[in-house]
Design a protein around this ligand. Structure first.
Ligand code: GLY
Length: 403
């Protein structure tokens, strides 16, 4: 399946289960002082969970643009180094606002993964919340009992608060969650170490693909948990990881979500992408950083946040500069590159996130100006430092520029 078909299959599946398909909300979260960027699908629905807004549709599904580059969920420094983390990613999600709960949520996630996407049942694992004494929370025996209808006991694992109690931030709606993981290793490797020993152990091929959160509490400013007025379901499935799994790839960058961007960068820079994840493979890391960061920067600008020196705008500027730093240092590129990727990105997402194609020229201009200005700063700083410390000039300049 192509990535576009994978996305449509998710939305069609939940539409067939009476969910209303809604658009992604913007990445920039202007109305919530507790959160700078939308970091998960549930953010736009927070007020439904808290009982502050009237629920119109009790079942909703979508694909949401998410950024995890600040605050509680921050993956920025991992991006480019490994093959599964991204600044911007899409989160496929289905929601129940006081309607269905654990039974249906688990049944439908199993049906979609195994009947529609045809993922191998024996490679799937589920985790459930194991309880937490300090919070006075019991283990989630109900979710475990439901999972036993689909999975053998050896494939159901208890997890701690860090992995199996989902919270949107320091405050806000939260609850126990049940994650679905898949073991993508070869049969030989599986025979040596069973998958259940590697779940949640940061193994690059035993990965989480879907999280089913059972929203029951509100975390208050004083850290206490207050029961919500009703129980809800909030699920999040990382789209790029799902594509990697279904397309039989080891890394998200090898899926058709990223290959058009990578091929464009290869052509522009005359550097070929070898797909290495060694720390010394600086060119590959740089290509991944550029392919990833342009998505975050372009969509954030399209959603109304311009690069600046403070707040969310500063985060956008830092991501953009991180990409420039990588192409300047390792791809031998001294002229703007990022802005050239915008039309390709806009056309890839024309029917998913049309806000980019609608503002393509504006977004390109903003990025081009930022790139030019930062490249000038780099060049100017370099010339001065090279006369003083010829070998390490670039490193010193980057350090001083804090990027
Ligand atoms: N809100 C569910 C998740 O992000 O995993």
């Amino acid at each position: 399946m192509k990535s576009k078909e994978i996305r449509s299959a998710f939305l069609d599946f939940f539409e067939s289960k009476q969910h209303k398909i809604v658009p992604s909300s913007p990445l920039v979260n202007k109305n919530d002082p507790t959160l700078m960027f939308t970091n998960s699908g549930m953010v736009q629905f927070k007020d439904f969970f808290l009982g502050n807004k009237k629920i119109v549709n009790k079942r909703v599904a979508d694909t949401q643009k998410c950024l995890r580059v600040s605050g509680k969920h921050n993956d920025l420094e991992d991006v480019g180094m490994d093959g599964t983390h991204h600044t911007l990613f899409e989160m496929l999600g289905n929601w129940s606002f006081g309607d269905y709960f654990k039974e249906e949520a688990i049944a439908w996630s199993w049906e979609l993964l195994t009947d529609v996407y045809k993922l191998p049942k024996d490679k799937l694992y589920a985790t459930v919340f194991g309880g937490d004494k300090a919070e006075n929370l019991d283990s989630d025996e109900e979710a475990k009992k439901i999972w036993l209808k689909y999975l053998p006991e050896s494939h159901i694992l208890y997890g701690n608060k860090k992995d199996n109690f989902w919270e949107m931030g320091e405050m806000g709606p939260c609850g126990p969650c049940s994650e679905i993981h898949i073991d993508l290793r070869s049969d030989d490797d599986i025979a040596k170490i069973p998958g259940n020993e590697l779940v949640n152990k940061d193994h690059p091929q035993v990965v989480e693909i879907w999280n089913n959160v059972f929203m029951q509490f509100n975390r208050k400013a004083d850290k206490s948990l207050e029961p919500l007025p009703a129980k809800h379901v909030d699920t999040g499935m990382g789209f790029e990881r799902l594509c990697m799994t279904i397309q039989g790839k080891k890394y998200t960058y090898d899926t058709d979500v990223f290959t058009p961007l990578i091929q464009f960068i290869e052509k522009e820079t005359n550097v070929s992408y070898e797909g290495s994840y060694e720390r010394s493979a600086k060119q590959d890391i740089a290509i991944r950083v550029v392919a990833d960061h342009i998505r975050a920067v372009a969509f954030t600008i399209a959603d109304g946040e311009l690069p600046s020196n403070n707040g969310a705008g500063y985060v956008v500027r830092r991501i953009l500069r991180r990409a420039v730093r990588y192409y300047y240092s390792f791809l031998n590129r001294e002229t703007p590159l990022l802005y050239k990727l915008v039309p390709l990105l806009a056309s890839e997402f024309e029917f998913v996130f049309p806000e980019l194609i609608a503002q393509q020229d504006f977004v390109q201009k903003v990025i081009l100006e930022e790139e030019k200005s930062f490249l000038r700063t780099l060049e100017g700083g370099l010339k001065r430092f090279d006369s003083l410390v010829p070998v390490n000039g670039l490193l010193v300049v980057l350090k001083l520029l804090n990027c």
